[in-house]
Design a protein around this ligand. Structure first.
Ligand code: FES
Length: 194
């Protein structure tokens, strides 16, 4: 009976035990908010580190310029006596050249198809150069006879140094272009008498 009189005095009921007190938020809501904050922080840190990482990689990229490493254009090809008759491929990988020795002369073909610039293959069994890109074919002197290549492959400058070794300069070329009436294959420097 004392409890009823107390209720009547204040005119209010006590809040249920499960309801959060005023100014004291629901713990499950607090946990949810913490979780959202944690995820938001994680996202921001991930974004920040990703941004910094990409910028760091771009910074490092400056130390590795996009330079094309061309093979050296001049090289010593040894003595004429080092070559037997035919096409020699020893400088193909390093200098993109074939050394060709024939009775009476030695010359150097620059290994570049005159159609669109691919490197042809030397087909020893057929005694021809064959371009894998569009099928141009050249004889053992680099003269085109099939496919879309418009002219023979170029030849490189060759000369003998004072010790009689062959010096090749692939930046200096001799061309034959029948359509233009040009033939530099017999010019001095286009071959060595051998
Ligand atoms: S590049 Fe050689 S045939 Fe086209």
């Amino acid at each position: 009976m004392a409890d009823n009189s107390e209720t009547k005095k204040t005119g209010q009921l006590n809040p249920p035990a499960s309801a959060p007190a005023a100014g004291n938020p629901n713990p499950s809501n607090v946990n949810k908010k913490k979780e959202v904050d944690r995820m938001r922080r994680r996202f921001l840190w991930t974004f920040l580190w990703g941004y910094l990482g990409v910028n760091f990689l771009m910074f490092l990229r400056y130390f590795f310029p996009r330079a094309l490493f061309e093979p050296p254009t001049t090289f010593n090809a040894g003595y004429v006596a080092d070559y037997s008759l035919g096409v020699d491929q020893r400088f193909l990988q390093s200098n993109r050249c074939w050394v060709v020795r024939e009775p009476g002369r030695l010359f150097v073909i620059f290994a570049q198809c005159t159609h669109l610039g691919c490197t042809p293959d030397w087909e020893q069994a057929q005694n021809i150069f064959h371009c894998p890109c569009h099928g141009s074919e050249y004889d053992s002197e680099g003269i085109n006879f099939a496919g879309p290549a418009p002219r023979p492959m170029d030849r490189c400058h060759v000369e003998l140094d004072p010790s009689n070794q062959i010096l090749v300069d692939a930046s200096q070329r001799y061309i034959m272009d029948p359509a233009a009436g040009t033939n530099q294959f017999n010019d001095p420097g286009a071959f060595i008498g051998a």
